[in-house]
Design a protein around this ligand. Structure first.
Ligand SMILES: NC(=O)c1ccc[n+]([C@@H]2O[C@H](COP(=O)([O-])OP(=O)(O)OC[C@H]3O[C@@H](n4cnc5c(N)ncnc54)[C@H](O)[C@@H]3O)[C@@H](O)[C@H]2O)c1
Length: 406
């Protein structure tokens, strides 16, 4: 059977997460790495007709002037991740795929992100409609040049400040009346509109608005497209969604939950702006009340500490009451390399979104909830139940009955 050819189009392609996902894809297709960290490599998903790493071509938008090789070298030097042998083994793919990088749009991205934009060919669009048109041209060109059957658009760009929806965002017809204005949509939603309007899958790995607009859900239905998000659940929040159910299910009463996060990558620089940070804190703090059934006192801090590079430390202090009102404490320290935690999830999401589209699914990909801090289409943050839903989805879509692994 002829191999499928599919595309992964990354928004924020040469950032830490985008470049690491790209390097990882190359390493997997060349047999230079094991699929450790990929959920879709688990036996539960072996029966799904997912795209193999060798079937992918990568491209993307960014606002900074860099190649994939520059981006992984930066991580290598600053954060001491990857081996020289791995970088050398993947160099050719990174060069080939860097030819697919295009200037992104800064329309509606906010001040802090705009300051990052240093590509000399960035266009200042006069309206959201003009930016959407250009993004669609780039997407079409990528698909045609590489003769791709499908392309998934995945947002791994910097976190935008919160965006306030207006009545004009309620329906597609109303949105159309404001699209000629420059501030009709944040940049993440310009890309989401462009992808969904083409009928292509769009996945939002960031806390930015993306496809989270009623008019864009309507657009997805109209064009028979799928979308999912938002904000990848990779570290501290993943642990929260595992540990909070334990307190609830043992009937221990959480009195307060304090989480301090420190890290020094470019995402940290952007999140250092209080407005951009507000988007992130919102997605990191929202789950406790749902998981516990009440809202304990909580605090989340995110601080940029330059020397740490991509290595994030989260220190959480959980104060809880046990039998006879006895107060006790759980503390944990999580030291993870942000881009290495995120990259395999990006590949999982790309494979699962392309698969869902081939299955004829339309609208929100609620089966992907376990990957996100603010899952779209599912209010449940319980990691165990979210993962069970993904496994049940996989069992329903096996080409052949799953092989027993006991
Ligand atoms: N573990 C994780 O790393 C993790 C987990 C969850 C969510 N995220 C989110 O993923 C995103 C990427 O994280 P990162 O560490 O790679 O950040 P990064 O700063 O290294 O990369 C972001 C990239 O996006 C580009 N960009 C910004 N605005 C753009 C626009 N309008 N169009 C095109 N490109 C644009 C930047 O130039 C940069 O290259 C962030 O929003 C972050 O909050 C990361």
């Amino acid at each position: 059977m002829a191999e499928r050819r599919v595309g992964l189009w990354l928004i924020g392609a040469v950032g830490g997460v985008g470049a690491t996902a790209t390097l990882g894809l190359s390493a997997l297709r060349r047999g230079l790495a094991e699929p450790v960290g990929l959920t879709t490599a688990l036996p539960e998903f072996a029966g799904l007709d997912l795209d193999a790493p060798a079937e992918f071509v990568v491209g993307g938008h960014d606002i900074r002037q860099a190649t994939f090789a520059d981006a992984v070298q930066e991580l290598y030097k600053q954060s001491h991740v990857f081996s020289p042998a791995l970088l050398a083994g993947c160099a050719r793919d990174l060069d080939d795929w860097s030819a697919n990088l295009r200037p992104g749009t800064l329309l509606g991205a906010g001040e802090t992100i705009t300051r990052l934009g240093d590509r000399p060919d960035l266009v200042r669009f006069a309206s959201a409609r003009a930016a959407i048109t250009q993004v669609q041209r780039d997407l079409h060109d990528f698909r045609t040049r590489h003769r791709l059957e499908q392309v998934v658009v995945l947002n791994v760009a910097s976190t935008e400040p919160p965006f306030t929806l207006t009545p004009a965002h309620a329906t597609l017809a109303q949105l159309d009346t404001i699209l000629d204005q420059p501030d009709a949509l944040p940049a993440s939603s310009v890309y989401a509109y462009a992808a969904l309007d083409l009928g292509w899958p769009y996945v939002n790995f960031t806390p930015s608005t993306g496809a989270g607009i009623p008019a864009l859900a309507e657009l997805a239905q109209l064009r028979q497209a799928v979308f999912g998000g938002k904000d990848g659940k990779t570290g501290e929040t993943l642990l929260k969604s595992v540990l909070a159910p334990m307190f609830a299910e043992r009937n221990l009463q959480v009195l307060s939950w304090v989480g301090h996060n420190i890290f020094g990558n470019r995402d940290g620089i952007v999140l250092n702006n209080p407005s951009n940070k507000a988007s992130k804190i919102r997605t990191k703090d929202a789950l406790l009340a749902q998981l516990l059934g009440y809202k304990p006192q909580s605090h989340v801090s995110i601080e940029y500490i330059e020397s740490l590079g991509d290595w994030k430390t989260a220190w959480d202090h959980i104060h809880f009451a046990g039998f006879l009102g006895t107060k006790m404490t759980l503390q944990f320290t999580w030291q993870g390399c942000d881009s290495l935690l995120a990259a395999p999830l990006v590949l999982d999401l790309a494979r699962l979104a392309l698969f869902a589209q081939r299955q004829g699914q339309v609208g929100v990909l609620s089966q992907l909830a376990c990957f996100f801090k603010s899952p779209m289409g599912d209010d449940d943050h319980h990691f165990g139940r979210q993962f069970a839903k993904l496994v049940a989805y996989a069992a329903q879509h096996h080409r052949t009955p799953p092989v027993s692994v006991s």
